[in-house]
Design a protein around this ligand. Structure first.
Ligand SMILES: [Zn+2]
Ligand SMILES: [Zn+2]
Length: 344
């Protein structure tokens, strides 16, 4: 079968490999769609030895069951499924609570992270990683597993503050941010302020239900403060799906006293935090900072329910498998709107 593999750090290639066979408790899935994630660029850019090579990339996967392996119950050939990408140790305090995204033994274990992923015609996954998606199209089901699940988990962490009438600032209306807006609209009654550099992304934000849009730039903090109030007031929750220095600086200057910053994007910025109230402030008093990671299987089931109910729809740009390397280059350049999805 054809597979797009990281053959060495930084090298992504379309190769021919044997079709894998499912072992006990595993399922061979015919891949229907795979989302291209910024995290894949981090995997490609990581130092040698951080991730195994050669390894097929792709951790945002949906498809159709081809062959259930020995001992697998509940799955039959032809069933449509989405893949929960994380594989925790299953034994630590976090895994026992169902929080495999917080596993204390295997920090980055998963499909397309520590074993072959879905950028191929077929992928073998543990049956425990599969969730039924009904008749959802794979190009819609795949983005739910990361671009949908990651913001859903972040919103879950912030939910005690997301009371009706509070304000949430969403920075970065890309693959994850445009899903976050829909999750906020579907599950809360908050006022949403969307922030992005791109006019097209802000247009999309408006269509998806953002109450206000602000174009990122030198005056973004002032414009957001006009909407959420100046310090010590501000936004109850700020979700940063970019994580660059300018977005982190904006986030900490518009969050309210006692608010919450959730830093999801991995663009390499640093958030300074000092436990003082004098000038210049770093973050307001009583503010909490969270660095969410992906989500839980139980949350993915809820995200799929939102997708099946028509409340969560990924804006996708599709590419054939052979064009996966070009799709990642476009992602790196910032030329992808919504989510890039590869269809083997
Ligand atoms: Zn990802
Ligand atoms: Zn664990």
């Amino acid at each position: 079968m054809r597979a797009v593999r990281m053959t060495a750090p930084g090298v992504l290639e379309l190769t021919e490999v044997p079709t894998p066979q499912p072992g006990p408790g595993e399922v061979l899935l015919r891949v229907g769609a795979v989302g291209a994630c910024h995290s894949d660029l981090h995997i490609l850019d990581a130092a040698a030895g951080t991730f195994p090579t050669p390894m097929t990339l792709g951790h945002e996967i949906a498809g159709t069951v081809e062959t259930p392996g020995p001992g697998v119950d509940g799955w039959s050939p032809g069933d449509r499924a989405a893949v929960y990408g994380i594989i925790g140790c299953g034994r630590c305090r976090a895994c026992l609570r169902g929080e495999e995204n917080r596993c204390r033994v295997v920090p980055l274990g998963g499909i397309g992270l520590s074993r072959d992923g879905g950028l191929a015609e077929y992928v073998v996954v543990p049956a425990s990683r599969l969730l039924h998606v009904g008749d959802l199209d794979p190009t819609q089901a795949a983005p739910l597993t990361d671009a949908g699940l990651t913001p859903y988990h972040a919103v879950e962490l912030a939910r005690p503050r997301l009371r009706p009438g509070t304000t949430c600032v969403v920075i970065g209306i890309g693959g994850l941010g445009h899903m976050a807006l829909q999750i906020l609209v579907a599950t809360t009654a908050v006022r949403i302020v969307a922030v992005d550099t791109s006019v097209a992304a802000l247009d999309l934000a408006g269509r998806l239900g953002a109450h206000h849009v602000v174009q990122a730039g030198p005056d973004a903090v002032d414009k957001i403060r006009e909407l959420v109030g100046p310090p010590p007031d501000g936004a109850d929750v700020v979700l940063d799906f970019v994580g660059a220095q300018p977005t982190l600086d904006t986030a900490r200057q518009v969050v309210a006293t006692g608010g919450q910053l959730l830093l999801v994007g991995l663009a390499g910025g640093t958030l300074p935090v000092r436990p003082v109230a004098d000038e210049p402030p770093t973050v307001p008093l009583e503010t909490s900072v969270v660095v969410p990671f992906w989500g839980t299987r139980a949350e993915l089931q809820e995200v799929i329910a939102l997708g099946r109910a028509g409340r969560l729809h990924a804006d996708v740009q599709t590419f054939p498998l052979a064009e996966a390397p070009e799709a990642y280059e476009a992602l790196r350049r910032g030329d992808i709107h919504g989510r890039a999805v590869i269809v083997p």
